[in-house]
Design a protein around this ligand. Structure first.
Ligand code: 6PG
Length: 248
């Protein structure tokens, strides 16, 4: 175990407040950038309320949709028609109604394999970024949204899998998942996810307390190792907050 520094921990009263706080942070990051903006979304259930909120008038009217590009941190290798497809969920919840199609950057799943999908998405990210190597002073993303799974995975980086140690590739194919749905995945790697102004974890349900206790105690878990080169923020429902972490 190593001492774990979660960055900033914000404890909130309930899931609705958590989604509002996340949406306000996303808006603040958008407002801070007068140029092209890149936001990396996540799958799972935690961000659903946030996506719903971004589609409401109060938020949608404040987003310069033509300047914001939407990526996804990991994908289940299933067709876009499958309910488990992460980007399809985000598209259905808000993107398809609001974002120009050319600003939506899904991980392709209509290709031969997760490795091919990863290679293609890596090329797309590099072309968007305009370089083949990430520069510490010029983050790829404004915001990277994240979640923590029951085994301590984040994105589709599962504990003990080689993908967690990958430092050269930007995106990797993950042949097998450690949790449901048990389908192959494609995931951005830790250095790629780290290349952001803000990494924002959402832990919205009391059931997250057990895994957050392990993560915050410094266990060697992907969710503990994922950190922004800029600011890392954990937005946690207070019922899920581990003992000893008061949050702000
Ligand atoms: C995925 C996600 C994954 C998720 C966590 C938390 O594809 O499943 O990107 O990393 O964020 O599993 O999921 P919940 O929000 O559903 O708890």
């Amino acid at each position: 175990m190593t001492a774990f520094d979660p960055g900033e921990v914000i404890a909130v009263a309930d899931a609705a407040t958590l989604a509002r706080t996340a949406a306000d942070r996303v808006l603040a990051r958008i407002a801070a950038n007068s140029g092209r903006i890149a936001i990396c979304l996540t799958g799972g259930s935690s961000p659903k309320q946030l996506y719903e909120l971004l589609a409401t008038e109060a938020y949608r009217s404040k987003i310069p949709w033509d300047r914001v590009h939407w990526f996804i941190g990991d994908e289940r290798f299933v067709p876009t028609s499958d309910a488990g497809n992460n980007m399809a969920m985000a598209r259905c919840m808000f993107l398809d109604r609001l974002a120009p199609a050319s600003n939506i950057h899904p991980i392709p799943t209509d290709v031969a394999s997760p490795d091919e999908s990863a290679a293609r998405y890596e090329r797309e990210l590099k072309s968007f970024y305009g370089a083949d190597a990430l520069d510490g002073g010029r983050p790829l993303f404004d915001v990277v949204l994240m979640g923590a799974g029951p085994d301590g995975h984040t994105a589709s980086l599962f504990p003990g899998y080689p993908a967690v140690e990958e430092t050269r590739r930007w995106v990797v194919g993950v042949p097998q998942a450690n949790v449901e749905p048990f389908v192959p995945r494609v995931s951005l790697t830790l250095p790629t996810l780290a290349s952001c102004h803000e990494m924002l974890f959402e832990a919205a349900v009391a059931g997250k307390r057990a895994i957050l206790t392990r993560v915050f105690s410094g266990e060697n878990l992907p969710a503990a190792r994922a950190r922004s080169n800029g600011q890392t923020v954990w937005l946690v429902d207070k019922a899920a907050l581990p003992e000893g972490f008061r949050g702000s």
